[in-house]
Design a protein around this ligand. Structure first.
Ligand code: F6P
Length: 368
């Protein structure tokens, strides 16, 4: 992973540096991994090296690398061949260096990060991550470091961008899983419950549910009740539908007794459906398969666009911002405006309304 650059080529590259533009930048990847991160690293790094003659280093294992000054040089060669790779070549972690930083000892990690930035002479740190990472990036920026954020997550819940890379790949995988459940559900005349990721957002369950023709879709953002789900499934059977697909987001609200028992949504729901309807029910938890593997073409493109845009921002001296997709345009917003916020599914999201027109049950209404 660590590639040494050749001296002659480096001199030529540095000679191309426009005056007044950042010379040395660091980047890190933080939070849960997802497809497209390496494409973003490549987008940031190749633009920085080839267009602006910058030196680029990559911190390993998220903010841990910044705290402990653990990094690798990212040369043009090191950035080749990673576009299609899943995961992150830098490693990641859920380290939150500002957590508990108010006490005397608590300031140790923030101070260590500032020391790293100063001792390595970094003009900017690019933070690739989800909403937790953007919050930390904002705090780092408030502490005086030049920071640019790049949003990634399969949950699609980073506030201020219409889409984060990772989401499209996960959606493709989740949709294929539903497609496969249809045939086995039909053969056995069963109810199939599929639990999908998304943390406290329902974007993945909603989108995959619609793309895969789910009959019931349960989202964390919407109140639902088991009686409405059971009633709907029984009516479907009476209407001659031999099987049903229930797509459930991992973050849905569960009754108190289920929470106290440590129940998982998919399993708990499958048990309740069997108990309430007598219909044979099975559950599948798709899990980390949703996050692994090669990025989809759309995610490669989005990650590349956001990565190159991050370096363009740096070249203009615009810091404390997150690159974002708005419509078809890549733009940027202040980190302050996204930090601490979540992009959730609105009750009247067009896709929810369109799914309702098709008869999809969101568990919130009794069957007519
Ligand atoms: O935020 C991305 C995500 O994949 C969520 O959908 C999921 O709840 C979580 O990460 C799992 O995180 P971990 O890798 O810490 O188990």
């Amino acid at each position: 992973m660590v590639a040494k650059s050749s001296g002659g080529r480096d001199q030529a590259r540095r000679a191309r540096r426009p005056a007044g533009v950042a010379k040395r930048i660091g980047l890190l990847t933080s939070g849960g991994d997802c497809p497209g991160i390496n494409a973003a690293i490549r987008g940031v790094g190749k633009t920085a090296i080839r267009v602006y003659g910058m030196d680029v280093i990559g911190f390993v294992n998220g903010f841990n690398g910044l705290v402990h000054q653990e990094y690798v040089e990212l040369t043009d060669e090191a950035l080749s061949g990673i576009l299609t790779l899943g995961g992150t070549i830098l490693g990641t972690s859920r380290e939150k260096p500002f957590a508990g930083s108010r006490g005397e000892d608590g300031a140790a990690k923030p101070k260590a990060m500032l020391r790293t930035v100063a001792s390595l002479g970094l003009d900017c740190v690019v933070c690739i991550g989800g909403n937790g990472t953007m919050k930390t990036a904002h705090m780092l920026s408030q502490a005086g470091v030049n920071v640019v954020g790049v949003p990634k997550t399969i949950d699609n819940d980073v506030w201020g961008t219409d889409q984060s890379f990772g989401f499209d790949s996960a959606l493709t995988i989740a949709t294929e899983a539903i497609d496969r459940l249809h045939t086995t559900a039909n053969s056995h005349r069963r109810i199939m419950v599929l639990e999908l990721m998304g943390h406290s957002a329902g974007w993945l369950a909603l989108s995959a549910g619609v793309a895969g023709g789910g009959d019931v879709i349960l989202l964390p953002e919407m109140a639902w009740n088991e009686a409405a789900v059971a009633d709907y499934l029984v009516h479907r059977q009476k209407d001659g539908k031999p099987y049903s697909i229930v797509v459930v987001a991992e973050g849905i609200a569960l009754p108190k007794k289920a929470v106290e028992a440590g129940a998982r949504p998919g399993r708990w729901l499958a048990q309740r459906i069997t108990a309430l309807t007598g219909l044979e029910t099975r559950e599948t938890v798709l899990g980390y398969i949703q996050r692994g593997g090669s990025p989809s073409p759309d995610d490669r493109i989005l990650a590349t666009r956001l990565g190159t845009a991050a370096t363009t921002l740096i070249s203009r001296g615009k810091f404390g911002r997150m690159v974002a997709l708005r419509g078809s345009q890549v733009t940027s917003i202040p980190l302050a405006s996204t930090a601490g916020k979540l992009r959730l599914v609105p009750a009247y999201d067009p896709l929810v309304l369109e799914a309702r027109l098709l008869g999809v049950c969101f568990g919130d209404r009794a069957t007519k």
